[in-house]
Design a protein around this ligand. Structure first.
Ligand SMILES: Cc1cc2nc3c(=O)[nH]c(=O)nc-3n(C[C@H](O)[C@H](O)[C@H](O)COP(=O)(O)O)c2cc1C
Length: 346
């Protein structure tokens, strides 16, 4: 058994979270991860024409119907999604308060892709925290300056995510190991989980040795039987090498995706200054609409001309397995590596 401050803080058996992976559906995956002893995290589903708020409510109800274990959820707070973020941060805590099962089981809220203030500034979230809810607020820190900002703002914990990770990434492009080290050096006492290219027990053992209380896996969990991503997407992961993912221009910022036709068409990254300079125009363009709608086409089975966020963890994912097998093998491997590492101590 491995006990960390994160397993203690959240009341979970294993220090392994599933990553939020909007705009895709992940309620079945999140349920399976929680049921297997990790922490399942619901994504904000934002497919074309879908309102994320009722979707999130439905997914929360689904989770508590299928497991009595703790779980969490994600709200994206990027500049472009601010109106929705404010609405979600106001309404979701109210919804949790009204349902005793949700209040007991929904213990983790992770905001990402933007400001760490929106959630704690929401009065309904404050009320939820002041009630008997054990909910903790983490924010994704993909760059050191953002980690500093989050800590200054009084978050409960950080999800430190390096550039190897799938999905939208920071303009700074710092790797998981260096970012984890920088954040640990500056904030050794802040609860932290690590993400970005992580998919093995070797990496969990490393993260624990570096002062982290757990890991977050996205890509490795897509390659699970319970994950409800389209099969055509899932089967791309085990044969993929780490270098089969590339960083390209995404809708919110740069994004790490599978290197298919879509990736090649959008290849090349962008700086924050460049993005800000043409963002307004881009958000009204046909290109933006096409990029966002590309996610919907994944559900029609098109994995060639669509945006498939995928992390370098594909390079350490060998097969599609059940969630419980993934979690158990990662835990076993981590325990062995930690035991072996302690033999080096004199
Ligand atoms: C398909 C996909 C969609 C993602 N969507 C989101 C999202 O909506 N919100 C978010 O905070 N992170 C998102 N991410 C990033 C993940 O939460 C996580 O940081 C990443 O998957 C970690 O890297 P890994 O895939 O190598 O494990 C996404 C990642 C993937 C692969």
């Amino acid at each position: 058994m491995i006990k960390t401050e994160i397993t203690e803080m959240l009341g979970i058996k294993y220090p392994i979270f599933s990553a939020p992976m909007g705009p895709f559906y992940t309620q079945a995956l999140a349920t399976a991860v929680s049921e297997a002893g990790g922490l399942g995290v619901l994504s904000e589903v934002g497919l074309w024409g879908v309102d994320p708020l009722p979707e999130m409510k439905k997914h929360m109800e689904y989770v508590v119907e299928h497991t009595d274990k703790p779980f969490g959820f994600n709200i994206r707070t990027s500049r472009n999604e601010m109106r929705m973020a404010v609405r979600m941060c106001r309404e979701i805590p109210k919804f949790i308060m009204e349902n005793p099962k949700l209040k007991e089981q929904c213990i983790y809220a992770v905001t990402s892709a933007g400001s760490s203030k929106v959630m704690p500034e929401s009065q309904s979230f404050q009320r939820l925290k002041e009630s008997s809810s054990q909910i903790k607020h983490f924010h994704v820190a993909p760059a050191f300056w953002l980690a500093e900002k989050c800590v200054k703002y009084g978050i409960d914990g950080l999800c430190v995510t390096g550039i190897e990770g799938g999905g939208h990434q920071a303009y700074e492009k710092v790797g998981t190991n260096v970012l984890m080290t920088q954040v640990q050096q500056a904030f050794p006492d802040v609860p932290k989980v690590a993400a970005g290219g992580i998919g093995t027990g070797i990496q969990l053992a490393g993260a624990i040795a570096m002062g982290y209380g757990g890991i977050v896996m996205g890509t490795r969990f897509i390659a699970s039987n319970e994950c409800e991503f389209p099969q055509q997407f899932k089967i791309l992961i085990p044969p993929a090498k780490a270098e089969d993912t590339i960083l390209i221009q995404g809708v919110i910022a740069n994004i790490r995706v599978y290197n298919n036709k879509y990736g090649q068409k959008h290849s090349g990254t962008i700086s924050k200054e460049q993005k800000l300079a043409y963002e307004k125009e881009f958000l009204q363009s046909d290109q933006w609409k096409e990029d966002v709608q590309s996610y919907d086409r994944v559900y029609d089975g098109d994995v060639v001309n669509t945006c498939l966020p995928m992390g370098q963890a594909a390079g350490v994912t060998k097969k599609i397995e059940n969630v419980s097998e993934i979690i158990e093998s990662v835990m076993k491997e981590a325990e062995n590596y930690i035991k072996n590492a302690t033999k080096s101590l004199m």
